[in-house]
Design a protein around this ligand. Structure first.
Ligand code: HEC
Length: 169
């Protein structure tokens, strides 16, 4: 009985402490403040598990089709992905270095992701990060799949390819 009362009291003290910490303004939301290792670890795990759980759609067509890859390169450039993620021969904007979490260099991560996961992230975005939902602004699935086709090729796209594929007709 005493042990239970002790556990109950402890739970109340922790809840009150957490409420004071978060609602009293003591938690620092500054992007310039690096997250403690455990928070970073937890956020990465939560993000990966959520994307894994939600990403279910199979690609409707052939993601290796060169026409689709080129259309994706154009969309990637026109939709502004380069501002945060960069592209072959295109530097990301300086401001993106001030984002927390920072936008990954996509060529380094695409081989660890399934097409369905890339599609889901571009369509839906990621809460509490700077990654926007392109579905929410009306980008249709066909265009998003073309972007997926393009970013899967990123590790092998040269600067000259990207320039040619995104040149104004
Ligand atoms: C305003 C900045 C910004 C723009 C514009 C932006 N992104 Fe992102 N993106 C981010 C950030 C920040 C993350 C990292 C989120 C995280 O760590 O949880 C991210 C993450 C991603 C990821 C990786 C998700 C994962 O599984 O780890 C992909 C893929 C991606 N973006 C693709 C795109 C594409 C394609 C576009 C354009 C259609 C785009 N992004 C536009 C900021 C941006």
């Amino acid at each position: 009985m005493r042990i239970l009362a002790g556990i109950g009291a402890l739970a109340i003290i922790i809840a009150v402490g957490a409420a004071v910490f978060f609602f009293g303004g003591y938690f620092n939301v500054a992007a310039s403040e690096p997250d403690p290792g455990i928070v970073k670890w937890a956020l990465t795990k939560v993000r990966a598990a959520s994307i894994d759980h939600h990403a279910r759609l199979a690609a409707p067509g052939n993601l290796d089709d060169p026409e689709i890859v080129r259309a994706g390169a154009r969309a990637f450039s026109e939709r502004g992905c380069t501002n945060c993620h960069g592209a072959p021969g295109v530097n990301w904007q300086k401001f993106s270095e001030g984002l927390n979490p920072d936008p990954p260099d996509l060529k380094d991560i695409v081989h660890e992701r399934q097409p369905a996961q890339l599609f889901w992230v571009v369509k839906n975005g990621i809460k509490m990060t700077a990654m926007p939902s392109f579905g929410a602004i009306g980008t249709d699935d066909k265009e998003i799949w073309s972007i997926v086709a393009f970013i899967r090729k990123l590790p092998n796209v040269s600067e000259a390819d990207f320039k040619a594929w995104t040149a104004k007709p």
